[in-house]
Design a protein around this ligand. Structure first.
Ligand SMILES: Nc1nc2c(ncn2[C@@H]2O[C@H](COP(=O)(O)OP(=O)(O)OP(=O)(O)O)[C@@H](O)[C@H]2O)c(=O)[nH]1
Ligand SMILES: [Mg+2]
Length: 391
């Protein structure tokens, strides 16, 4: 059931949304919480907001520390390359070993547990793009409740574009995976697309509310959704609802609490005894729901599959651009979501490029002839070369 908040609390949440400054936002969130009645129906919501507040507090602290020139545990790492992938797992599964085997990072591989204590990045080259892989400090039972650096690791996962879930095949991999997925889920990070999905894309003031219903609303109507959104002062947004979604899911989306991250399971130490049978166990448990690659950081077995599997799992495409008067196209592609259009590309190149857009030419092997003159709604595919002409 939706939390049924009183109007003043809903209004306060709109103020939270409108405040970007961390300290003020925290203040508004506190005010919001004081307006939320404490009963069972609001329990989940209060928990979510408190989590956001604790993340904000850490962010503020980190900024303070940065200003003072002191270093402390990093909460966020600036993204580099085509995507940021958080490398997550229990201690000693071989995260640092993987980082040093496939990226340029110099890291300490250790026999002692909990050796890596802050997010450590490295760059993995895959064809003509790069992935930034960030080793997160190990997860353990209780991470989502803030044990050790748990909240940092989970915030990193939430902020990344994708996840590597790493397990050690010389131990029970199903138990490890279950623990990791549990902690992620408690932090409301999911690795499989939920049945119902609600995406809210905020628009400029005056754009109005557009609700796109692809699936089904369970026990509610579009009118109910509209009313709920308006009660939170969400007046300008495109809301996409797919699958089987409830009003609760819509409320969740307003608080941006549950998010989905594409994930790959990396099963390490295939060189050790018993690993093959543990791998079979893992495969039958996962049942094709997530890709699994078996590797050994020790022997190098399977490492070459990582880049390709990440690329496929992230559901992205590479699009190359060309200047109208030049023969060669750019070496560095734009990374766009699968099914992106020329319009998305134009917006990626320049924020107001899309307004000046005239037409585009596309070169691609999949087309009957190249170049083909196309409009802004043309759907792009991996490897396309595009030349944009402005008005
Ligand atoms: N046999 C074998 N041992 C491995 C493999 N990969 C890593 N190890 C060993 O596993 C131990 C832990 O490796 P790390 O890479 O430090 O593990 P981690 O996940 O980074 O651990 P923390 O950062 O401490 O949480 C080390 O002793 C490694 O040598 C592998 O493929 N096979
Ligand atoms: Mg490590």
């Amino acid at each position: 059931m939706p939390a049924n908040l009183p109007p003043d609390a809903r209004k306060k949440w709109a103020e939270v949304e409108a405040t970007k400054h961390p300290r003020e936002r925290l203040q508004r969130m506190e005010e919001f919480l004081s307006l939320v009645p404490k009963h069972k129906g609001t329990l989940k919501l209060r928990g979510q907001v408190k989590k956001q507040m604790s993340a904000l507090r850490k962010e503020i602290e980190e900024k303070k520390r940065k200003k003072a020139g002191r270093s402390g545990p990093k909460f966020f790492l600036e993204k580099e390359g085509a995507a940021q992938i958080a490398l997550i797992g229990m201690t000693k599964v071989g995260k640092s070993s993987l980082l040093s085997a496939v990226t340029n990072a110099k890291v300490e591989v250790s026999v002692a547990p909990y050796a890596t204590r802050e997010p450590t990045p490295g760059i993995l080259d895959y064809q003509d793009i790069q992935f930034q892989i960030v080793e997160a400090p190990a997860l353990m039972e209780g991470s989502a409740e803030g044990r050790a650096w748990g909240l940092q690791t989970l915030a990193l996962a939430r902020n990344a574009d994708g996840l590597i879930l790493m397990v050690d095949l010389s131990q029970n991999p199903v138990e490890q995976l279950t623990l990791v997925l549990n902690e992620l889920e408690k932090a409301r990070v999911l690795v499989s697309k939920p049945k119902g999905r609600v995406e809210i894309e905020r628009k400029f003031m005056g754009a109005g509310l557009r609700i796109i219903l692809i699936g089904n609303l369970v026990n509610s109507t579009v009118k109910d959704v509209e009313a709920l959104l308006r009660s939170y002062r969400v007046a300008d947004a495109t809301v996409k609802i797919s699958g089987e979604a409830t009003l609760d899911d819509v409320e969740d989306a307003i608080f941006e609490s549950t998010i989905y991250k594409p994930a790959v399971i990396v099963a390490n130490k295939i060189d050790l005894e018993g690993a093959e049978s543990n791998l079979r166990l893992l495969k039958s448990h996962v049942d094709g729901k997530l890709p699994i690659i078996a590797i050994s950081c020790e022997t190098g077995y399977g490492l070459e599959k990582l880049g390709d599997t990440l690329f496929k799992t992230l559901d992205v495409i590479r699009v190359y651009t060309k200047e109208p008067n030049e023969r060669e196209f750019s070496q560095k592609p734009f990374i766009l979501k699968k099914n992106a259009t020329i319009y998305d590309l134009a917006r990626n190149i320049h924020s107001d490029f899309s307004k000046k857009f005239g037409f585009a030419k596309v070169w691609s092997k999949r087309l009957a002839f190249s170049p083909q003159k196309v409009g802004s709604t043309f759907t792009l595919k991996d490897g396309d070369v595009v030349e944009i002409h402005v008005k």
